[in-house]
Design a protein around this ligand. Structure first.
Ligand SMILES: Cc1ncc(COP(=O)(O)O)c(C=O)c1O
Length: 402
C-alpha cells in the first residue's frame, strides 16, 4: 500500500505578518535563569538599549517603554497628549487605523475619519483640505498608520508632514510603525514625526509583549498641558527614570529585555540601511512572483502601485474561498503558515476567504522567501487554482538583482 508522504515534518515556517520569525540568537539570549531586577546586568543594560532603539527609530528624542502590545501603545500615545473631548483626525487605509480610532473613542476623544479604502494610500490633498478648513485648530493630532498590516498599504509620512506644514496646522503628527519599523524606511526626526509607536514582535524580532512610544519636544509640550494622565500611562517617568523600575512602572519583562538586546545587536551589526535594503529586495521578489501568478489567474496584489506597497507585508486577493483553501493546504501539507485576510471583509462574510497575507518582516532571508513562494506555487498547483507560470523564475531574477 502506498502511503501519502508527509511533507510537513521539517522546521515550521510562520509567514504571517507578526508575530514574526524569531532569530535563534534572540531565543538563546532569553533562555536563562531569572535575573536580578534590583542591580547588575539587567538595569545596567538599559541606557545602551534605549540608545540603540532610538537608532532604529531614527530619533534623538525620547522613548517610553510599556509592557504591552501595539494596542497599549495606541492608548499610551493618546493618553499623554489628547484630552477627552478633543478631536483627532484619522486618515484610514486599512483596519488598523480604525482600531486606533476606536481606542481614541474609548478615551472620550472625538475621532474624525478620512477613509481611503483598502487598496489605496492616503490622499494628501484631501487631508490638506480638511486641515485648512479646521481654522480654529480643533484637531489636536493626526493618527497615521505608516503600513497598515491588513491591506499592506504603505503611506508617505514625510508627505503627510509636508501637507500639515503647508496647511499651517499645529496638530501632532503621530505614526503607527508597528508593522513597518525595522522593515520599511522610516525617519522619525527627518520626517518631522512627533509621536511614533511600535511593538517588539515584528521588525524587532522579539516575542510579543513590549511596546514603545517615541516622542519629541512638541509632543512633550502637549503632555505638559494635559491636566491629568494616569500614572500607568504617563510617559514622563518612563522616559526619564530615576530608578530602573520606573522604565516599566513596576517589574521589568526581564527576558524580553535580553531578547531585545540581542535583536538590536543583530540589526545594528547588519546596519539599518542594509536591513531596509534586504526587505526591499525580498519584497520585490514576492511582488514579481505574485505578478506572474496573477498574469493568467485570479491571484492579485491588493496594492496596484509598487510605490505604495509595504516591504514588510503583502496582502493578496484570490477568489473566495480559495485563499483559505490555499492557507489550509500549505499549513497542513508543508508546515508553512500564511496570514489570514485580516479586516478585508466583515468576519463571517465569505469574502474573508478571498484574501490572504504574507509576512516578510524581520528575520527573513532569500532562501526563506524562495521557500515561501515555492510553497505557495505547490499549493496553487495541488489545488488546481488557475495561476500564471514563471513566478519562481521572476522571484529569482529579483533576488539575483536582474
Ligand atoms: C499596524 C498595526 N497597528 C497596530 C497593531 C496592533 O498591535 P497588537 O496586536 O500588538 O496590539 C498591529 C498588529 O498587528 C498592526 O499591525
Amino acid at each position: 500500500m502506498t502511503q501519502k508522504p508527509n511533507l510537513s515534518a521539517g522546521r515550521d515556517y510562520l509567514a504571517i505578518p507578526g508575530p514574526s520569525v524569531m532569530p535563534d540568537a534572540v531565543l538563546q539570549a532569553m533562555h536563562r535563569a531569572a535575573p536580578n531586577i534590583y542591580a547588575g546586568e539587567l538595569p545596567d543594560m538599559m541606557p545602551d538599549l534605549i540608545a540603540d532603539l532610538k537608532r532604529v527609530a531614527r530619533t534623538k528624542h525620547d522613548v517610553a517603554i510599556y509592557i504591552g502590545n501595539g494596542h497599549a501603545t495606541w492608548e499610551a500615545a493618546l493618553a499623554n497628549t489628547v484630552a477627552p473631548g478633543e478631536t483627532v483626525l484619522v486618515p484610514a487605509t486599512g483596519r488598523f487605523a480604525h482600531g486606533w480610532a476606536d481606542m481614541a473613542t474609548g478615551l472620550g476623544i472625538k475621532t474624525e475619519m478620512l477613509d481611503f479604502g483598502q487598496s489605496a494610500p492616503m490622499d494628501m490633498a484631501r487631508i490638506g483640505d480638511r486641515l485648512r478648513a479646521d481654522t480654529d485648530h480643533k484637531i489636536k493630532a493626526v493618527l497615521a498608520v505608516h503600513v497598515d498590516t491588513s491591506t499592506s498599504v504603505r503611506n508617505d509620512i514625510a508627505a503627510l508632514r509636508a501637507v500639515m506644514d503647508e496647511a499651517g496646522h499645529p496638530a501632532l503628527l503621530m505614526a503607527d510603525c508597528i508593522a513597518s519599523l525595522g522593515c520599511d524606511v522610516f525617519e522619525m526626526d527627518g520626517w518631522g514625526v512627533d509621536v511614533m509607536i511600535t511593538g517588539c514582535q515584528k521588525g524587532l524580532m522579539v516575542p510579543p509583549g513590549v511596546g514603545f512610544v517615541f516622542f519629541n519636544d512638541k509632543a512633550a509640550g502637549a503632555r505638559a498641558r494635559m491636566s491629568r494622565v494616569s500614572r500607568y500611562w504617563d510617559w514622563v517617568p518612563r522616559a526619564a527614570p530615576e530608578e530602573f523600575f520606573q522604565y516599566w512602572n513596576g517589574t521589568a519583562p526581564t527576558h524580553h529585555v535580553y531578547g531585545l538586546r540581542k535583536a538590536l545587536d543583530l540589526i545594528h551589526a547588519e546596519g539599518m540601511e542594509a536591513v531596509w535594503q534586504r526587505h526591499g529586495v525580498l519584497a520585490r521578489a514576492i511582488w514579481a512572483a505574485c505578478e506572474a501568478w496573477g498574469g493568467q489567474g485570479k491571484l492579485a496584489l491588493n496594492v496596484a502601485d509598487p510605490a505604495h506597497r509595504s516591504h514588510a507585508v503583502t496582502s493578496l486577493r484570490l477568489e473566495s474561498p480559495q485563499a483559505t483553501a490555499l492557507r489550509d493546504w500549505t499549513q497542513k501539507e508543508l508546515g508553512l503558515t500564511l496570514g489570514i485576510g485580516l479586516g478585508m471583509a466583515p468576519p463571517g462574510d465569505p469574502a474573508w476567504h478571498g484574501f490572504f497575507r504574507l509576512g516578510h518582516m524581520g528575520h527573513v532571508n532569500g532562501h526563506m522567501i524562495m521557500g515561501l513562494l515555492g510553497g505557495i506555487e505547490a499549493g496553487l498547483t495541488a489545488l488546481d487554482i488557475d495561476h500564471g507560470k514563471g513566478a519562481l523564475e521572476a522571484a529569482a531574477q529579483a533576488i539575483a538583482g536582474r
